[in-house]
Design a protein around this ligand. Structure first.
Ligand SMILES: Nc1ncnc2c1ncn2[C@@H]1O[C@H](COP(=O)(O)OP(=O)(O)OP(=O)(O)O)[C@@H](O)[C@H]1O
Ligand SMILES: [Mg+2]
Length: 111
């Protein structure tokens, strides 16, 4: 499989509002891909679906061959995400922050 990401007819609705409408694209392994668009185009919503933070309303997406709806735990174990804004808890230590977010994303402890 030479595709890192496969997106097919992906849509996301918030109520009746279509934030992402029927998008399809592939990203080849080993490439750097930028998702560009004006404010409100649906970039963050698309990334949220690909990083399994939000379920698509319809369509399918595969990350590393795993389905975002079926294999979200496998995807979360394999990807890294840098968020737009700071998401750390200041009252927790670095270790506690790492532990907390690792637990949220179903990351396994090293054996
Ligand atoms: N949780 C939500 N509930 C309702 N509407 C939402 C929600 N999140 C995003 N939207 C709407 O969906 C559309 C796409 O938003 P999104 O944040 O994906 O755009 P974006 O391309 O990332 O924009 P920006 O360049 O400003 O970051 C916008 O109209 C936004 O207001
Ligand atoms: Mg955004």
């Amino acid at each position: 499989m030479d595709k890192a990401i496969v997106v097919e007819n992906l849509s996301k609705k918030y109520g009746n509002f279509e934030a992402v409408k029927n998008i399809s694209f592939n990203i080849k392994k080993g490439t750097i891909f930028g998702l560009l668009g004006p404010n409100g185009a649906g970039k963050s919503t698309t990334i949220k679906m690909l990083t399994c933070q939000s379920n698509p309303s319809s369509g399918t997406a595969y990350v590393g061959g795993f389905d975002v709806l079926i294999d979200s735990a496998e995807i979360k174990r394999r990807i890294g995400v840098v968020f737009e804004s700071q998401n750390l808890y200041e009252e927790l230590s670095v270790y506690e922050n790492l532990n907390f977010f690792a637990a949220c994303t179903a990351l396994r402890k090293k054996k």
